[in-house]
Structure formats: structure tokens, C-alpha cells
Design a protein around this ligand. Structure first.
Ligand SMILES: O=C(O)C(=O)C[C@]1(C(=O)O)C=C[C@@H](O)C=C1
Length: 308
């Protein structure tokens, strides 16, 4: 049975997402201590894949995932899913809001309930945990008074009780998760795909503009751009780009080849169907047919058969 690593312990959003990402196959879900260790378990062949969060609609990019994908043996995303995010607050039995002086959770979760926590537990300190479910363990162990968790976490902690349910500072918050594997055959293009890459551009005037124009010239929609330090000193950045389309599409392949010529580093991070399956809108001049026809036209010119 394929083993799939996720950010544990059991009861995290990442576990739920990993279950959704692997629902078509009989898989064993294996908790990991961190996103990095889940990715490294894929690299080491201990698991087939890892389900990891990549971005949240309120708090933004999950840097541990971006950094974990940018360095080390290459890995690729093969699928994505989006989970709606609302939290429950768990406390020890017999506790009330007045007893809460410390609130634990994953920093991304704490950031999404900052206002609620300040209003409900004025003066309480926040305790960062490695995941929402790890925060529930902290409360059970007595090292924090309340945990901001995924609603499923309560099933793993009968000794804790909910003090609040379904909380969020922002309605309709969502987190996108990726299923990450070692490089291998790519998912087939579906017409509703996303391609992720990470590029390091030369530190020269206009290079980021040139990177983006490789995409816009070919009619490619950029759905996300994030920068992270390369850790080689101040001012050195790696850009994470999400593009509409599949690397098998002529326009996307052509753009990636252009970036390869232009950038000091291009890391391919996968082409896979978008969670919402919204078809990619391709303008006529960037269609497969347009690329085929222009390549055939060029070939005719090169072989001396045509003047225009
Ligand atoms: O701690 C969890 O439950 C996770 O799956 C991690 C994570 C994140 O990294 O953003 C996932 C979704 C929520 O936004 C909060 C935390």
C-alpha cells in the first residue's frame, strides 16, 4: 500500500487534505514532524508522496513548503486540493475562557484568528506549535491553555473540550495543498492545469520584467508570484511562479525554455490539474494550433520552400 506523509500528528488540516488528494488509491497516511521531514521522506523513498500546505488565502505562502521544494533533490507536485479553513478552540475539561492565559497553534492558524483571540482572551500569550494538532497535544500536556485546531482534532483528544467552534477572522478562508512526489511521468494535460516553477534571475536591471514578459508574450496567465531569499545574502531572491497551463502545452514549454536561457536557475515544480478545474483561457495566437502552424511555416522557410 502506498505511504503518504503529511504534517502531523493526526488531526491536522494537512491530514485531511492528504486524504482528499489520495482518495482514489488505498494509501497509508504517515504523520511527519514537519513539512521538511515529510518532503525528505519522499526524497529518501520512505514514502511515495507527501501532502503539504502551500498557500493560505489570508496568511499567504507557506514558506516551509516553498523552501523545502527549492533546495535538495528535485520534487514535483502532481495534484492539488483546496480546503475551507475554520477552526475550533480546545481546552482542558473544566476550563473556561477566564482560565486561558496562553493559546497554542501553528503560526499560520494563529494569524487567521488573531482578532478573535485578542477579543476573547485579552492579554493571553500565543504559543507557536509545529501544527494545529500539535497544539492540541500541548494543551493536553498542560504547556498551553487553549489550542486553535482543525475541527477533526477533537476526535483524537477526548480529554479536551471545545470552547468555540468554526471561528475565523476572515470568512471563506482557504488553504491550498499539494501532493508532492519524486520526478516521474507527469499528470496528463487536462486543459485546466497549473504549472509551478522556481526561478533565480540575474541581479540586473529589468530581469524580473523580462522573466514576466516570457510569459505574457506567449499569452500565459500568471496566477501567483512569491519571492523567498536564496539565503546567499541580502538582495538574492528566488521567485516562485504559478502559471495557467501544462508544460506539455506549446506556449508553456516555449516559455520555460525561454526562462531557462534567461535565468541562472529554473526549477520545475510540476504541472497538474487545478483544484477548481476552471479551464485555462487561451488566446488564439497562443493556441496549440497557432504554435504548430508557426513551427511548420518556419520549417518551410528554413528548407527554402517559402519566402513569406
Ligand atoms: O497545522 C495544520 O493543521 C496544517 O495543516 C498547517 C496549516 C498551514 O500551514 O497553513 C494548514 C492550514 C491552516 O491554514 C493552518 C495550518
Amino acid at each position: 500500500m502506498p505511504r503518504i506523509a503529511y504534517l502531523g500528528p493526526p488531526g491536522t488540516f494537512a491530514e485531511q487534505a492528504s486524504r482528499a488528494l489520495t482518495e482514489d488509491t488505498d494509501s497509508e497516511l504517515v504523520p511527519s514532524e514537519s513539512i521538511r521531514s515529510a518532503l525528505d521522506a519522499v526524497r529518501g523513498g520512505e514514502v511515495l508522496a507527501a501532502g503539504v500546505p502551500v498557500e493560505n488565502s489570508v496568511e499567504g505562502a507557506v514558506s516551509a513548503t516553498l523552501d523545502g521544494l527549492a533546495s535538495g533533490q528535485p520534487l514535483v507536485a502532481v495534484a492539488e486540493t483546496v480546503l475551507p479553513i475554520r477552526f475550533d478552540v480546545l481546552v482542558r475539561q473544566g476550563s473556561s475562557a477566564r482560565d486561558v492565559t496562553s493559546v497554542a497553534s501553528h503560526p499560520h492558524a494563529l494569524a487567521q484568528v488573531r482578532r478573535w483571540v485578542t477579543e476573547r482572551f485579552p492579554g493571553a500569550s500565543t504559543v507557536p506549535a509545529s501544527s494545529t494538532a500539535a497544539a492540541a497535544e500541548d494543551v493536553a500536556a498542560g504547556s498551553a491553555d487553549a489550542a486553535v485546531v482543525a475541527p477533526v482534532a477533537a476526535q483524537h483528544h477526548p480529554e479536551l473540550v471545545p470552547l468555540a467552534r468554526g471561528i475565523a477572522d476572515v470568512d471563506d478562508a482557504a488553504t491550498r495543498f499539494l501532493l508532492i512526489r519524486a520526478p516521474g511521468p507527469l499528470p496528463e494535460p487536462t486543459g485546466a492545469d497549473r504549472t509551478s516553477i522556481a526561478v533565480v534571475a540575474h541581479d540586473e536591471v529589468g530581469t524580473l520584467g523580462e522573466v514576466l514578459s516570457e510569459l505574457s508574450l506567449r499569452g500565459i496567465n500568471l496566477s501567483r508570484i512569491e519571492s523567498r531569499p536564496t539565503v546567499d545574502g541580502l538582495g538574492a531572491y528566488r521567485f516562485f511562479l504559478d502559471l495557467d497551463g501544462h508544460v506539455a502545452d506549446a506556449r508553456v514549454g516555449d516559455a520555460l525554455a525561454g526562462l531557462h536561457r534567461r535565468c541562472s536557475e529554473v526549477r520545475f515544480l510540476g504541472s497538474f490539474p487545478k483544484a477548481g478545474r476552471e479551464p485555462v483561457n487561451v488566446r488564439p495566437s497562443a493556441s496549440e494550433q497557432a504554435f504548430r502552424e508557426s513551427a511548420a511555416w518556419l520549417e518551410r522557410i528554413r528548407s527554402g520552400l517559402l519566402g513569406s
